[in-house]
Design a protein around this ligand. Sequence first.
Ligand SMILES: [Zn+2]
Length: 304
Amino acid sequence: MTTASAGSAAIDIEAAGSTRYVAPDIDSLNVRMGPSTAYPAVGLLAPGAQVIGIPYAGWLQITDGPLVGGCVSTDYLTTDRPRAAPPVPCPHIVGRVTSDNQFANIRSGPGFSHPVVGRYAHHEQVTGRLVDHGPWVETERGYVNGGTIAVHATNPSSLNGRLPEHLLAPIPLCYNAVAYFEPAYTPDTPRYLNGAALAALHRLQHAFHRRFGHFATIDLTYRSYAEQEYWYDKFGSPRAAVPGTSNHGYGLAIDFEEGEEPGLYSWGAPGNHWLLTHQQAFGFHNPYAPTLQEGEDYHFNFVG
Ligand SMILES: [Zn+2]
C-alpha cells in the first residue's frame, strides 16, 4: 500500500506491511481475531506460510489477503523465507460474509472464470481453507472470494464505516470521476476499497477500457461512518442507507459516475448495459438491476 502524502520513508515501509513466515519447527500457528490469546482463533497457518502485516505489541496484524485484520504472534514468525512453500499455507479459515444485506458468490472453482453455483447469505459463517495465498477459499459448498468475508470481528456490522485505513487499498486516481461534490470530493480525492475488490475492479477496468477507450469513472467507494451520517442527514432513508448498514462502509461497494442528466451509467445506457452484462464475470452485482429504472443504476457491490 502506498502512502502518497505525508510521512517519512520509515513510516512508508511500515505502512506497506512487513513480510514474515511461520516458523518451520511448529505444527501450525493460530490466527486470532485480535492481538491476544483471549481472542478466538479464526484461522490456522502451516509452517512456512507467508504473512504480510503490521507489527503491534508482539503481534502482527495481517494486512493482505482473506485473513486481513487477523493477528498472529510474532514469537512464531521468522523473516527467513522457507526453501519450499507449503502446499496448503492456510489449512483452516473461518469468517462471516461481511455484507449486511447482500451475499457472497460460491463458484465451482477458484477464479472468476468459474461459474457461480450458489451463494452464502449475509453474515453467514464461511469455513474452508485458503487456495495458495488467496484470495479464494475452498469450502464444502465451493469456492468463495476471501474479500467478501471478515475474520476480525464476531459481528461484521461493528466494522461498518470504521475500517482502519491500513485495511483499505487505495484506488488509482485515474479511475476517479472528474467532478467536485459533497462533502469534499475533488478529482484528486483518494478513494479506497477492500483489497480483493480492488483487484477485481482492476480486471473490470481493463476490459471496460478495451471496449470504451476510457475507464469506468467512479464517484464513491468506501465511506466512513461519519460520511454516511452526512448523507443520511441530507437525504434520509431509503436514498441514503442508515449509518452502519451500507456496503460502502466495508469498502465493498462502488458508485460509478452519476449526474443530473442521464449518462453513460444510467439504466439502458451503453456503460450501464456493459456493466450489467459483465458484472458476474468480474465479481460484482448491482442489486437494483432486476427493476431497471428504479434504484441505483450506478451502485455495484463486490460479491466475488
Ligand atoms: Zn452506492
